[in-house]
Design a protein around this ligand. Structure first.
Ligand code: FES
Ligand code: FES
Length: 217
């Protein structure tokens, strides 16, 4: 146990930390803010709700949601599809990437009520342990992960990246906007730049995507 000498009273380090934390909470006015867990997924009484229907990984769901519920929280807290990860919850890391009506989006930045009737694909809908999606298999083969937290978002993003290139959608790295984009390393890296990997597995991720794209990394 560490004791700090404050000049008048000896205070144990743990007591000092608890006192500091309490002051900070009171000062911020956050005394009543309780963390929301899976058991609190049902809307609280009095909050505006809406019924939302969507097809997730081929399965139809109709949910009554607090209208402020993000698509990410809908997937994780209401449908218990926890493969999609919450990294920053601010659109900055890409861990929450899912595919909605064929396009990748950050599910933390969009509300579920904005997607009535949408077809949503999460990592759970891409493949199974017995029948991996080619990108899932390539990530395993090339060690495209370490802790794995970013991996579902990386793979969902990569699936869409290859679709975007095939569909001729240009990126910031595309030199000729009217020509078919190349499956080049700069194209793949630019298009995957919204998916952060804190473990730094980038070169292995690039190798995995390049293999499926049919080009050397
Ligand atoms: Fe959505 Fe980070 S959790 S971008
Ligand atoms: Fe750990 Fe990417 S594998 S954050």
């Amino acid at each position: 146990m560490v004791e700090l000498n404050t000049g008048c009273l000896p205070i144990r380090r743990r007591e000092l930390l608890l006192a500091s934390a309490s002051s900070a909470v009171i000062a911020s006015g956050a005394v009543e803010a309780a963390p929301a867990g899976p058991s609190s997924a049902a809307p609280a009484a009095g909050v505006p709700t809406a019924q939302v229907s969507m097809v997730v990984n081929g399965e139809s769901h109709t949910l009554t949601l607090d209208t402020r519920t993000t698509l990410l929280d809908t997937l994780r807290e209401h449908l218990h599809l926890t493969g999609t990860k919450k990294g920053c919850d601010h659109g900055q890391c890409g861990a929450c990437t899912v595919i909605v009506d064929g396009r990748r989006i950050n599910s933390c930045l969009t509300l579920a009520v904005m997607h009535p009737g949408a077809k949503v694909t999460t990592i759970e809908g891409l493949g199974t342990p017995e029948h991996l999606h080619p990108l899932q298999a390539a990530f395993v083969k090339h060690d495209g992960y370490q802790c794995g937290y970013c991996t579902p978002g990386q793979i969902c993003s990569a699936v869409s990246v290859l679709d975007e290139i095939r569909a001729g959608v240009p990126s910031h790295a595309t030199a000729d906007l009217v020509a078919q984009p190349l499956l080049s390393a700069p194209e793949l890296r630019e298009r995957m730049s919204g998916n952060i990997c804190r473990c730094g597995a980038y070169s292995n991720i690039a190798e995995a995507i390049s293999e499926v794209a049919g080009r050397p990394a």
